[in-house]
Design a protein around this ligand. Structure first.
Ligand SMILES: [Zn+2]
Length: 113
């Protein structure tokens, strides 16, 4: 590639132009091509371990700008799915405790205090 400041040909991976010392476009281009791995992991984990999926998705969403916008939809979906699954899990736990409690009430037995 060529330096955008002095126009001299420089190494593709060079971060700084060796001729004029100006920052090259290399770091920017690399970050734009970067895959948002955490967003993908977060999305997959959301189905298996919602809490881990939620954490990964939030971190992945924070990395979206670094990754040039990659994984934004995935991270958002991962967060949404994780929250829904955690809500369902909490509901199940509540029902699990509530059902025996109501069964005791219905059967007329004294409720243990
Ligand atoms: Zn230069």
């Amino acid at each position: 590639m060529f330096c955008h400041n002095c126009g001299k040909e420089i190494d593709e991976k060079a971060f700084i132009c060796p001729y004029c010392g100006v920052l090259t476009d290399a770091p920017k281009q690399q970050s734009q091509e970067k895959t948002n791995i955490l967003a993908i992991i977060g999305f997959v984990l959301a189905f298996i371990f919602p809490i881990a999926g939620l954490v990964c998705s939030i971190i992945g969403k924070n990395n979206v700008e670094e990754c040039g916008g990659n994984g934004k939809a995935l991270a958002t979906a991962g967060i949404a799915i994780s929250i829904v699954e955690i809500a369902i899990a909490l509901l199940c736990v509540v029902l699990l405790f509530a059902i025996p409690f109501f069964a005791i009430l219905v059967s007329g037995l004294p409720v243990p205090t």
